[in-house]
Ligand binder design. Structure first.
Ligand SMILES: Nc1nc2c(ncn2[C@@H]2O[C@H](COP(=O)(O)OP(=O)(O)OP(=O)(O)O)[C@@H](O)[C@H]2O)c(=O)[nH]1
Ligand SMILES: [Mg+2]
Length: 246
């Protein structure tokens, strides 16, 4: 953010949540890049990664205590569960903008100020691959097709006015996140992003999309599973049939 203030003078204090599961080689790169962005604080939410990512996160935190925190989760693991825990943690701080991004360098840390700045006029800013200027680099054709299909499918069933409903690179205004019923969110994979978008619209949040370039991970393994795809296929129907948008 140019001078770290929204128009009108309110101070902007961004906090970026990074959920991790087996990202020991990627995490230091993403954290160091984020630390080069002025005023950003970081929360790593690790799910007891067997590869020791949690210890790597502790080491990063010990070098920048004021800016890097770590939440070690116990119990059932999950991307959505981790983000909800991270959001609750963030809401207990004085952060005014709460962002989240993947640890696998698919999301560019230098885009954070651009997304965070968008919260001056929107409650939720989505880093989008599917608006003009947005791109995907190096994804296998199978993944490109799956993602494009998933977005068309969700939009067709739910009529969401959002081009990239499944993007995991987002910034929320704190007051918007406070209005959402986080205790109701059940999804854990891509569907989590869709469910949060649905709830944001239900809470009359203003949503904007800013273009990003999404890059295929270079290291580590994807956690995409058939369970995540099935969950994503079912969720829009569950929302459309069971939970009206008010
Ligand atoms: N805490 C936590 N983080 C997770 C879990 N599953 C995935 N993540 C993290 O969530 C982010 C996105 O996961 P990815 O495996 O990259 O999934 P993806 O980006 O949807 O798929 P790819 O494009 O194949 O990488 C990464 O930072 C992961 O480490 C989980 O169960 N718990
Ligand atoms: Mg990824």
């Amino acid at each position: 953010m140019p001078d770290n203030r929204w128009p009108g003078g309110a101070e902007v204090r961004p906090l970026v949540i990074i959920p991790t599961y087996n990202e020991r080689d990627n995490l230091p790169v993403v954290v160091e890049a984020l630390l080069r962005v002025p005023d950003v604080r970081i929360l790593v939410v690790d799910d007891g990664s067997p590869d020791g990512t949690g210890e790597v996160a502790d080491e990063l935190s010990s070098r920048a205590r004021a800016r890097v925190s770590v939440l070690h989760r116990r119990g059932p693991r999950g991307f959505g569960l981790s983000l909800i825990d991270g959001m609750r943690w963030a809401l207990a701080t004085d952060a005014t903008v709460i962002c989240h991004m993947d640890a696998d360098l698919s999301h560019d840390p230098t885009d954070v100020p651009r997304l965070a700045a968008g919260t001056s006029e929107a409650d939720l800013v989505i880093g989008s691959r599917y608006v003009p200027g947005g791109r995907i680099d190096n994804w296998p054709r199978r993944r490109v097709l799956l993602s494009a299909f998933a977005n068309r499918y969700v939009r067709a069933i739910l009529g969401l006015p959002v081009m990239d409903c499944t993007s995991g690179f987002r910034c929320w205004r704190r007051d918007a996140l406070e209005r959402l019923p986080l205790e109701r969110i059940r999804s854990n994979g891509y569907a989590f992003q869709v469910e949060m978008t649905w709830e944001a619209l239900a809470a009359s949040c203003r949503i904007t999309e800013v273009p990003i370039t999404f890059v295929e991970r270079q290291q580590g393994a994807s956690k995409l599973s058939s369970g995540i795809i099935v969950e994503s296929a079912i969720l829009p129907w569950r929302l459309a049939l069971g939970r009206p948008r008010r």
